[in-house]
Design a protein around this ligand. Structure first.
Ligand code: AGV
Ligand code: CA
Length: 312
């Protein structure tokens, strides 16, 4: 059976690659996209999304909605610039003007409308902060019953997260840190959650061997697109820095098409909404249950996304 999927992303390189890959999955139908200006600037991220759907969406008529949500802790500007680079790729600008439509609704209301209008339960894929989902749940609690589950890239239970900012202790993951209150709101719902946290994404850094493989296979247009996108961000070479790129969101998206790439276990957790640990997800016996992805078959994962990228 075909899964109905709604994607909410925040315009990073791995967000836009995730959109591309979702459009290539056989048993998955993408029914809407929301873009939130967290780890991106809004205009190029929306524009790049619409162009990716035009170029790689097999005629899918879905709409892209812009979010008007604002976070508590802004992302570094350098990272937010990436959407401009993807949007400018010649491969996405061959056949202008853009055909894929932009929704007139803000992303959280587009999410509400799309869920309400769906005859089947919708799978939510969030690969940025949870703000739009939190706002949708507050405005329209009825949507909960038409949500199959939420798969979210965010959080970590490791000692060290990936936030290196003044006034923070480094224990949080960025998507949770951008809007910790939204995490709390979603945690308070009863939506089943698959959590692709840093435990598993740390196992899939961008490395030179992966880049070189995509380069060697670049005669395929889809694989070339992967290679072009990942040429914009720093790989792991000698040691990890704060800027080192991982395939965070792409791993998250890949679990939608192929559950067997990862292993899950149930954990219970709470989230810190204030102070130096804000955004930190923490194990707690009386916390809310989530399915934590804690392991990934690395080689199978890279094979899967590379094969998926190949154009039919
Ligand atoms: O924390 C991971 C999230 C993912 O959704 N994002 C990037 C992915 O899209 C924030 C982020 C953490 N470290 C980064 C990030 C880095 N070095 N560059 C860009 N974004
Ligand atoms: Ca992201």
């Amino acid at each position: 059976m075909t899964k109905k999927v709604y994607l909410n992303h925040d315009g990073g390189v791995d967000d836009l690659v995730s959109l591309f890959l979702l459009l290539q999955m056989k048993d998955t139908e993408l029914i809407g996209v929301g873009v939130i200006p967290a780890d991106c600037y809004l205009e190029p991220a929306v524009s790049a999304s619409r162009k990716i759907i035009d170029r790689f969406g097999f005629g899918n008529q879905l709409e892209v909605a812009s979010s008007n949500s604002r976070g508590k802790n802004p992302f570094p500007k350098d990272w937010r610039m990436h959407a401009f680079f993807v949007d400018a790729l010649p491969i996405l600008n061959e056949h202008l003007p853009i055909k894929t439509k932009e929704s007139q609704l803000p992303a959280h209301q587009h999410l509400i409308q799309t869920i309400r209008n769906s005859a089947e339960k919708v799978t939510l894929v969030f690969i940025g902060p949870l703000t739009d989902l939190a706002r949708a749940l507050e405005e329209a609690p009825d949507i909960e019953e038409n949500i199959e589950k939420l798969t979210w890239m965010g959080g970590t239970f490791l000692e060290t997260g990936n936030v290196e900012e003044p006034e923070h202790d480094g224990t949080a993951e960025w998507n949770a840190f951008w809007d910790p209150d939204a995490v709390k709101t979603v945690w308070d719902s009863s939506i089943p959650i698959d959590l692709v946290a840093l435990e598993s994404t740390n196992m899939v850094p961008l490395t030179m061997d992966v880049r070189n493989r995509w380069a060697a296979e670049r005669t395929d247009l889809g694989t070339d697109f992967l290679g072009q996108c990942y040429a914009m961000v720093p790989p792991l070479v000698h040691f990890q820095t704060n800027s080192t790129y991982f395939l965070w969101d792409v791993l998250t998206t890949a679990t939608i098409g192929n559950q067997d790439l990862v292993m899950n276990k149930e954990v219970k957790s709470t989230v810190h909404t204030h102070g130096p640990s804000q955004g930190k997800t923490e194990l707690s016996e009386d916390g809310r249950p989530v399915q934590l992805v804690y392991e990934v078959k690395r080689d199978a994962f890279f094979d899967y996304i590379t094969e998926l990228s190949r154009q039919r």
